[in-house]
Structures are given as C-alpha cells and as structure tokens.
Design a protein. Sequence first.
Length: 122
Amino acid sequence: MAIKISKISETTAISLPVESWSKMVLTKDSVGVQKMSMGVSCFKPGLKTDLMVHEEEELAYVLQGKGKIGLKGGENIGYEAGDGIYIPAGVPHSVINDGDEDVIMIAGFSWPEYPPTRKEST
C-alpha cells in the first residue's frame, strides 16, 4: 500500500447555510481508505445546522473558534478551539456557531466516506 495525499483544494465542498462548508478530504474514493474517513469544515458565524443523525460514530477536533453542539430537546454543549468532540452513532445533533469568528473543525467517521446520515426534526 502506498502513501497517498489528498489536497483540500481539489475536494468538492458540501455547501451549508450561511456560506459554510464541509469537505471530505480522506475517503475511499480519494485515497482508498477502508474503515474511516476525515473531513474539514468551516462554520461561519450565525450558522445553526439542522439536526442530523449519523449511522456511524464521529470524532471532531476544533482548530479555531467556539460554539455549541445542539442536541434534540434543546440542550447545547459548548466547544472551543482545542476541544475534541465525540458523537456516538445515532445521536441527533447540530453544529452552532454563535461566536464572531469562523469555526474550523476536523471530523473523522468510522466509515470510508461521509456516513449514511438523516435529518431529524427538533
């Protein structure tokens, strides 16, 4: 197996509200991973994503900014640069940037591409 590089500049963005985006950088298609994937997201100030439920667990690391992870029922869990975040499979959650700077986050999934995900009502 050879070492492979995937450039974020050559990765297609998943558009999110408020000019935010996510890019899955390391996937089965880009480098041939078998059991995991990794992406980078930029969440602009004012963003609150819909509640989403991934079928696989997620690990995230906050490189810049601060905000909250919103949970079903209205609970919010604060995060800031330097925090690691674990979201178990099946947990409805949203990403909130209620700060005044971009939130930059790296996320990994136990799936070789963006995992099967559904939106959920609040």
